[in-house]
Design a protein around this ligand. Structure first.
Ligand SMILES: NC(=O)c1ccc[n+]([C@@H]2O[C@H](COP(=O)([O-])OP(=O)(O)OC[C@H]3O[C@@H](n4cnc5c(N)ncnc54)[C@H](OP(=O)(O)O)[C@@H]3O)[C@@H](O)[C@H]2O)c1
Length: 347
C-alpha cells in the first residue's frame, strides 16, 4: 500500500474566499496557480460560496496534481439559534446548512457534514455521526485510549465564526468540535471574532482540546488585539503586550493568529513612512510589506500568524505569495520589524 504524504503545516498565507460569489471557483483555482496552498471559507452563504470553493479546489488539485494532504482547507460555521439570535448572519434566501431550531450540537454536526461535502465534491463523505459515536471521547470514554484515526476526507481547520451569546452555548458547540478532532475528521479547531481577552481565556481554560486558531479583525477599533496577543504566544512577555492581569496564565498558548481587514482596515499603516521605507529598501509594494510583516508574527516572540488575502487580481495573488514565502525563507531583522510594529502599536 502506498504511504500517504505527510500533512501540511498551516501555511503562512491562506486565500480568503469571501464576497466572490459566482467567481469563487475560478478565483480559487487561479490563487492555487499563483502559489496559494490553502483556503479560508465559511458555511455562510451571505458572504461565501463554499460549494464553489470546493469546485475550485477540486480543479486545482486535478490540474496542478496536488494531493489532498498538500492543501490546507479551513472553514467556519455559524450557529443560529432562534432562541438566541435573528438569522441576520445568514442569507435566508439560500438554503441554510441546518435547521435553526435544532440544538447547538445538531447544528454543528449538520453544518460540518454540509461543509465537508461542499469542500470535497469528488470524495465519498463518511458517516460523520457514526464516527462521532465511535470516537468522541465524551460519548465514549474508552475512545480516549484509542489513537484518533486519520480519515481520508477531513478539514485541516474548523472555526466557530463567532461565540454564541452565552458561554454555555459556545461550550456546547466546542464539545462537538472536539469530537470531530477525536474522530479524525478535523485536525485543528479554533475561534473567530473573539475580541475580549477574558472570554478567550475562559474558553481556552474550559476546552479539552485547545483552540489552535484565532481569526479576528485587525483594526485600531480593537487596538489591533493588543491585549489578546500575549495570550496567543507561548513566550511573549506579558510586559510587552499586557493582557488584563486576571486572565494571564503561565500555561503556554501557541495559538495561530489570523487577522483579516489587514489591508482594507489599515490604510494609514499601509501609507505610513515606515512602510514606505521598507518598501523602497526591499523593492516590495506596500501591500507586500504589510503581508510579510504580519506573516512574521509582527516580530513578536513566539507569535504564529497566518495572512488572509482575498485579492481578486492575479498579480496581487502572486505578489502576496512571494512576499510571504520570501520572508519565511529569509526572515527580516528585528529592527526592521520593530519599526513597523511601532507604527501599529506605538511601542
Ligand atoms: N471571520 C470573519 O468574520 C471574517 C471577516 C472578513 C474576512 N474574513 C476572511 O478574510 C479574508 C480576507 O478579507 P479582507 O477583509 O482582509 O480583505 P481582502 O479580500 O483580502 O482584500 C480586500 C482588498 O485588498 C486589495 N488587495 C489584496 N491584496 C492586495 C495586494 N497584494 N496589493 C494591493 N491590493 C491588494 C483587494 O483588491 P484586489 O482584489 O484588486 O487585489 C481588495 O480590494 C476573506 O476573504 C475571508 O476569508 C473573515
Amino acid at each position: 500500500m502506498s504511504k500517504r504524504p505527510a500533512l501540511l503545516a498551516m501555511p503562512r498565507i491562506l486565500y480568503g474566499t469571501a464576497w466572490k460569489d459566482t467567481r469563487t471557483s475560478d478565483l480559487v483555482y487561479e490563487a492555487f496557480v499563483q502559489g496559494f496552498r490553502g483556503v479560508d471559507t465559511a458555511a455562510q452563504r451571505k458572504h461565501y460560496r463554499e460549494d464553489l470553493v470546493g469546485a475550485g479546489l477540486a480543479r486545482a488539485c486535478r490540474e496542478l496534481q496536488l494531493q489532498r494532504e498538500e492543501v490546507w482547507i479551513q472553514t467556519k460555521y455559524v450557529v443560529l439559534l432562534t432562541r438566541f439570535t435573528p438569522l441576520s448572519g445568514q442569507d435566508t434566501k439560500g438554503p441554510l446548512p441546518y435547521d435553526p431550531a435544532a440544538s447547538v450540537a445538531d447544528q454543528v454536526c449538520a453544518s460540518f457534514v454540509s461543509s465537508l461535502t461542499h469542500l470535497h465534491p469528488d470524495a465519498q463523505i463518511p458517516d460523520v455521526r457514526a464516527l462521532l459515536a465511535q470516537y468522541a471521547v465524551r460519548a465514549n470514554p474508552d475512545a480516549a485510549r484509542t489513537e484518533a484515526p486519520r480519515q481520508v476526507v477531513y478539514l485541516d481547520s474548523y472555526l466557530l465564526h463567532s461565540p454564541l451569546p452565552t458561554l454555555q452555548g459556545t461550550l456546547e458547540a466546542w464539545v462537538v468540535m472536539e469530537a470531530l478532532v477525536d474522530a479524525g475528521l478535523v485536525r485543528h479547531i479554533g475561534l473567530s471574532n473573539v475580541y475580549d481577552p477574558h472570554i478567550f481565556a475562559m474558553l481556552f481554560e474550559r476546552a479539552r482540546i485547545k483552540p489552535s486558531v484565532l481569526q479576528n479583525r485587525w483594526h485600531s477599533s480593537t487596538g489591533h488585539d493588543v491585549s489578546l496577543l500575549a495570550l496567543l504566544s507561548p513566550v511573549l512577555s506579558p510586559n510587552a503586550f499586557p493582557p488584563p492581569a486576571d486572565v494571564l496564565e503561565a500555561q503556554p498558548r501557541g495559538v495561530a493568529y489570523q487577522p483579516f481587514w489587514t489591508l482594507t482596515g489599515n490604510q494609514r499603516f499601509l501609507q505610513s513612512d515606515a512602510v514606505a521605507l521598507v518598501s523602497s529598501q526591499r523593492g516590495l509594494t506596500p501591500a507586500q510589506v504589510v503581508y510579510a510583516f504580519v506573516s512574521q508574527g509582527m516580530g513578536l516572540p513566539g507569535l504564529t500568524t497566518c495572512v488572509l488575502s482575498g485579492t481578486t487580481d492575479t498579480q496581487h495573488m502572486r505578489e502576496a505569495v512571494e512576499a510571504v514565502r520570501t520572508a519565511e525563507l529569509d526572515p527580516w531583522d528585528d529592527a526592521e520589524l520593530a519599526s513597523l510594529r511601532r507604527e501599529v502599536y506605538g511601542e
